[in-house]
Structure formats: structure tokens, C-alpha cells
Design a protein around this ligand. Structure first.
Ligand SMILES: NC(=O)c1ccc[n+]([C@@H]2O[C@H](COP(=O)([O-])OP(=O)(O)OC[C@H]3O[C@@H](n4cnc5c(N)ncnc54)[C@H](O)[C@@H]3O)[C@@H](O)[C@H]2O)c1
Length: 272
């Protein structure tokens, strides 16, 4: 392999992916495994491993992919998981702060903006922002032990722009569905929090960046997809495979002089 391609290799590195049993957890994991890393997939204690995660474990073996339980808003559970990961895989080199919550359109009940319960707002902020903060503290602690690491916080295009309510105006509920206001706020806060950690830990050899995907095509309804795609300069939603390269770039030495930045992978959505 030539020198520049070697910079993308993660051979023998230990990577932690939070929220690992959701839709994108196995996408990040596959990318990290294919680049040579050992991966610790972490999710809440009441969540069973996804089919995709189990398939990856069969393919790469338990020595390369292990499952751990922890809640990202519960520091003691994170510390226990980190201890097991260090013991079984080694000190942490890469953290993908992927655990997050959003709210899909509800067919039954939606709230008007002025009536959204306070707890609905703070729960999203807690998991998406404060949970990422806690994970950076705990797994960053492992990185500090060997003065090396790359933290990738998963943001969103909604860290930069507000959701377009017209994407949802075909959903016939009264009141109409609105994407939760806390979601974008939680991701925008995460971008700035990443800059904070990046500047503080740069002298310790730890880089901190944000990877912000655009809408990823999944089981959204066709009317939503059509409206969303029309709004993307590249004319399509992100496919899961579009995210692997950007993650490996940020995780690896290929980005060794990159810290405190946000890589937006949205087909140009936020350029318009
Ligand atoms: N899917 C998209 O289109 C998209 C687009 C932009 C950004 N994102 C971001 O990517 C990340 C992953 O999205 P996804 O589509 O895979 O979501 P998902 O809902 O499928 O998965 C999220 C995972 O996080 C876990 N989780 C939630 N709360 C947790 C907690 N307190 N502790 C530990 N784990 C917890 C859930 O159990 C779940 O497995 C999220 O941060 C999301 O905001 C997704």
C-alpha cells in the first residue's frame, strides 16, 4: 500500500461506538472494522444487539467486535464499560459519540411548539449533548493515559439549519408534526462543545471533530423522501455507505492535523 493510503489504516486501534445497536451504529462499526480497528459497541442495557451488529460479530469475530452495556447519561455505567474495554481490548484510541435521540413523526399526537413539554426538550439535550460530554470525559480519560486519540461526535445537518416544516406537511395530524426543537439545538451545542474539547486536549494528542450527516435514506415515507431529495443539490438522500469514508478519515492519521472542525456530509443541503 502506498504511504497516503496507509494513513487511513486503523490496524490494531481500539474504537468505541456509542448507540451501537441503532441504524448507524453498525455502519460506523463496519467502516472501523474494515479499516483494521477492534470495536467496542455500546448501547443501553435494555437494548438487544441489532441483527446488523450480530452479523458483523460473526464476520469479524468476538476478538474484533465486542458488545458493552452503558447509558451515556450515567457516568458510573460508562466507567464500568470503559474499564472492561481497556481490559479486554486495550486503551481507547477512537470514540464515535453516536448515541442520540430524535422523534419521528407521530400519527396520533403531536404538540404545538408552545405546548411541547419541558421534559421532551431536556431529554433530547441530555442524551445528545450532555451524554456526549460524559462519554468524552470517560473515554477521553482512557486516551489521556497514552496521549493519543480521535473523538468523532456525530452531529447533523440540523446543527447548521432549522428543519423545513414543509417536509412533513403531507402528514395529516392536528396539530401538524414538527421536528423537535431540541434536536438541532442539541447538535449545534455539540459542535461547539467539540471545539472546546479540541482546544483543551490538542496538547495531549487528542483530536475532536464532528461528522454531521444529512438525512440518511431509510424507511421514511415516499412523500418525505421526494421533498427532501428535491432540496439536496446532489438530488438524493445520503446512503449509509456514503458515511464510511468520512468517518475513517476523521478517525485515522489521514486527518492528523484536523481538529475542532465539523465535516458536513449532506450532498450540499446546507450549501443552498
Ligand atoms: N439517521 C439519520 O438520518 C441521521 C442523520 C443525521 C444525524 N444522525 C445522528 O446519528 C446518530 C445515530 O442515528 P441513528 O439513525 O442510528 O439512530 P437510532 O435511533 O437508530 O440509534 C440510536 C441508538 O442510540 C441508543 N441510545 C439512545 N439513548 C441512549 C443512551 N442514553 N445511552 C446509550 N445509548 C443510547 C439507542 O438505543 C439506539 O441504539 C444520532 O446521533 C443521530 O442524531 C442520524
Amino acid at each position: 500500500m502506498n504511504a497516503v493510503l496507509e494513513q487511513f489504516a486503523l490496524t490494531g486501534k481500539v474504537a468505541v461506538v456509542t448507540g451501537g445497536f441503532g441504524k448507524l451504529g453498525s455502519v460506523w462499526s463496519r467502516a472501523l472494522l474494515e479499516a483494521g480497528a477492534k470495536v467496542a459497541l455500546l448501547d443501553k442495557p435494555d437494548i438487544l444487539p441489532s441483527e446488523e451488529a450480530l452479523t458483523l460479530q460473526r464476520q469479524f469475530g468476538e476478538e474484533r467486535l465486542r458488545f458493552y452495556q452503558a447509558d451515556v447519561i450515567d457516568r458510573p455505567s460508562l466507567e464500568i464499560a470503559c474499564h472492561h474495554i481497556e481490559d479486554q481490548l486495550g486503551l481507547v484510541d477512537v470514540l464515535v459519540n453516536n448515541a442520540g435521540i430524535d422523534q419521528p413523526p407521530a400519527k396520533v399526537r403531536n404538540d404545538r411548539l408552545q405546548d411541547i413539554p419541558f421534559a421532551a426538550f431536556t431529554t433530547v439535550m441530555d442524551v445528545n449533548t450532555a451524554g456526549s460530554f460524559l462519554c468524552m470525559q470517560v473515554f477521553g480519560g482512557s486516551m489521556l493515559k497514552h496521549a493519543f486519540g480521535s473523538i468523532i461526535n456525530i452531529g447533523s445537518l440540523y446543527a447548521s439549519v432549522s428543519p423545513d416544516a414543509r417536509f412533513y406537511d403531507h402528514i395529516e395530524t392536528d396539530p401538524p408534526f414538527i421536528k423537535p426543537p431540541a434536536y438541532g439545538a442539541s447538535k449545534a451545542a455539540l459542535v461547539n462543545l467539540s471545539r472546546y474539547f479540541a482546544t483543551h486536549w490538542a496538547p495531549q494528542g487528542i483530536r475532536v471533530n464532528v461528522l454531521s450527516p444529512g438525512g440518511v435514506e431509510g424507511n421514511q415515507d415516499e412523500a418525505f423522501k421526494a421533498k427532501f431529495q428535491h432540496r439536496v443539490p446532489m438530488g438524493k438522500m445520503a446512503q449509509v455507505d456514503d458515511l464510511a469514508g468520512p468517518l475513517v478519515f476523521l478517525a485515522s492519521d489521514a486527518s492528523r492535523y484536523v481538529t475542532g472542525t465539523e465535516l458536513i456530509v449532506d450532498g450540499g443541503f446546507t450549501a443552498w
